[in-house]
Design a protein around this ligand. Structure first.
Ligand SMILES: [Zn+2]
Length: 119
């Protein structure tokens, strides 16, 4: 069982998302609704990366740092909702709280993150 205070992480993630969305909206001409819609769309796609790579590549040909960040934040919020926040999405181990404090959107433990980045 997780003893994490997810309320605290949720508040930080929501704040992070709001700030990323406004940056993205500014970059894309001020349409925050569209930026948010595409971020949520993108986050959902993380569930089945194998089938959607081509579509995703097309849709996000202009993929930028903000969109990727928002998707990571969105996915972290979803993990809070699902009660699995703080567990590595690859191996299921508990991600150290210090790592989550530094990066609340972290989805993997450090070992799995390194593997994912090399893959
Ligand atoms: Zn792991």
């Amino acid at each position: 069982m997780s003893t994490l205070n997810t309320a605290e992480f949720k508040a930080r993630l929501l704040e992070q998302r709001a700030s990323l969305l406004s940056q993205l909206a500014a970059l894309r001409g001020g349409n925050i609704g569209r930026a948010e819609a595409s971020a949520e769309h993108f986050a959902r796609r993380e569930d089945s990366p194998a089938q959607t790579t081509t579509e995703r590549d097309l849709e996000f040909a202009l993929d930028d740092h903000e969109t990727t960040e928002i998707a990571a934040v969105q996915a972290a919020l979803q993990r809070i909702e699902n009660g699995v926040y703080g567990e590595c999405i690859d191996c299921g181990t508990h991600i150290p709280e210090a790592r989550l404090k530094a990066a609340p959107e972290a989805a993997r433990c450090i070992a799995c993150q390194e593997k994912a980045e090399k893959a």
